[in-house]
Design a protein around this ligand. Structure first.
Ligand SMILES: [Zn+2]
Length: 245
C-alpha cells in the first residue's frame, strides 16, 4: 500500500516537473503559397524553398510534440504574411519562435548552415540575406527601427543562447556525407522575428544555389538529422534554464 502511494506521488511529481518545462513553440516554415522563396531549376524540375522549409518544419513539429505544445504557422502550401505569422505567435503565447529557411546567393560557391537571432549589426552579407527573407507578400515592406529595438531588448537574452545551442547541435549532427560548412551564429534583423516579439531564431539550413548543399537538403536523412538537432538544441536551452532556477 505504502509502495503504491510512493509510486503515485513520484508519478505526479514527474508529471508536474515535466509540465513546468513544457513550452509553447511555434515553428514557422518560411514563405508559402504565392511566395516560393528561393527557387532552382534542375533538369526541368523547379525546386522551391517553400516546399523544403515546410518538410523540415513538419519534422521539427513532430519531434517536438512529444514534450511540448507545438504549432506551425502553416501546415500547407499557403500564403502567410509576416504580420500573420507574428499574430499566431501572439495568439498561442509562444515561448519560442523557430523560423526555417534555405539560403540563396548570387555566388554558387556560397554554402553552409547559419543560425540567426534578432539583433542590430553591420554585416553587409547578412543585410543581403535580410533583403530576401524580409519580402512580405501583399503588404508594404518596412518596420520602424524603434519597434525593432524594442523587440531586440525583449528577446536577445533568450534568443542568442538559444541560437548558439541549436547551431552547435546542427553542426554536430550533420556528419560524413551530410556534413555542412559552418557559417556560424549571427545577429540579423529579420522582420518575422521582430514582429513576433518572441524569443526566437531563424535557421538557414544550407544554400539552394549551391549544388552540394541542395543535394543534401533534399535528402530525407538530412532533413531528419537537422530536425533532431534543432530539437536537441531546444532541449539543451530548456535544461540550462532549469539549472538557472
Ligand atoms: Zn527564406
Amino acid at each position: 500500500m505504502i509502495k503504491s502511494k510512493i509510486l503515485f506521488i513520484l508519478f505526479f511529481s514527474w508529471v508536474y516537473v515535466a509540465n513546468i518545462f513544457a513550452m509553447t513553440i511555434l515553428i514557422d516554415p518560411g514563405h508559402g503559397g504565392e511566395e516560393d522563396g528561393a527557387t532552382r531549376e534542375i533538369n526541368g524540375v523547379l525546386i522551391k524553398e517553400k516546399d523544403l522549409t515546410l518538410s523540415i518544419s513538419q519534422l521539427i513539429y513532430e519531434k517536438l510534440q512529444k514534450k511540448h505544445r507545438v504549432f506551425l504557422t502553416r501546415s500547407l502550401d499557403r500564403t502567410v504574411t509576416l504580420q500573420e505569422r507574428a499574430q499566431i505567435a501572439e495568439k498561442i503565447k509562444a515561448d519560442l519562435f523557430i523560423s526555417v529557411h534555405i539560403n540563396s546567393s548570387t555566388d554558387p560557391r556560397a554554402k553552409g548552415i547559419e543560425t540567426f537571432y534578432l539583433d542590430n549589426h553591420d554585416d553587409i552579407a547578412v543585410k543581403k540575406v535580410e533583403k530576401t527573407e524580409n519580402i512580405n507578400p501583399g503588404t508594404a515592406d518596412g518596420i520602424q527601427q524603434i519597434l525593432i529595438d524594442l523587440a531586440v531588448e525583449q528577446t536577445v537574452q533568450t534568443s542568442k543562447p538559444l541560437a548558439f545551442l541549436v547551431h552547435a547541435e546542427t553542426k554536430k549532427n550533420l556528419k560524413g556525407k551530410l556534413a555542412m560548412v559552418n557559417r556560424g551564429v549571427k545577429p540579423a534583423l529579420f522582420y518575422v522575428l521582430a514582429l513576433s516579439k518572441r524569443p526566437g531564431i531563424l535557421l538557414e539550413a544550407g544554400f539552394m544555389t549551391n549544388d552540394d548543399d541542395l543535394k543534401k537538403i533534399q535528402q530525407p536523412k538530412f532533413q531528419s538529422l537537422y530536425a533532431d538537432a534543432v530539437v536537441r538544441g531546444i532541449d539543451q536551452y530548456i535544461r540550462t534554464k532549469k539549472r538557472a532556477k
